[in-house]
Design a protein around this ligand. Sequence first.
Ligand code: NI
Length: 154
Amino acid sequence: MTAGPGRSAGGRGRDGDPDRSGAERPSGRGSGGALPRPIRLADKLALFTEHWSPRIVADVNDHQVKLSKFEGEFVWHSHESEDELFLVLKGVLRMRFRAGDVVVGEGEMIVVPRGVEHLPVGEGEVHVMLVEPRGTLNTGDVRDARTVQEPERI
Ligand code: NI
């Protein structure tokens, strides 16, 4: 729930609105209040450096949009009932499946179907945006040191 008071991207908005980067979770459905705001992925990515530690940046119906940074090998796992979308924002993601590897380049995305074992590998550092049902665990059916039970919202 940390909103990060130290955000200092002030004045970078094209329209000169210093508050432009303040995209947060919309509050009050149908209140007719605040406009939805653009979410600057680069600004959000600048808020953390850890690998394999997804952050939530938005909610869409019952799905969440997350940002994560990968480097090296993660852990083989699958998700019993969730498909996972990975959009590569920067770098090269190698998604390993038992049947072979798929290389996902910058600007490309891949959907891993539920139930399919996969091992994400960052070839160097990779920045990824994920879309998956709320509560999807990063390590799926596996628990290890990199399991994040409650991703931080940024
Ligand atoms: Ni997964």
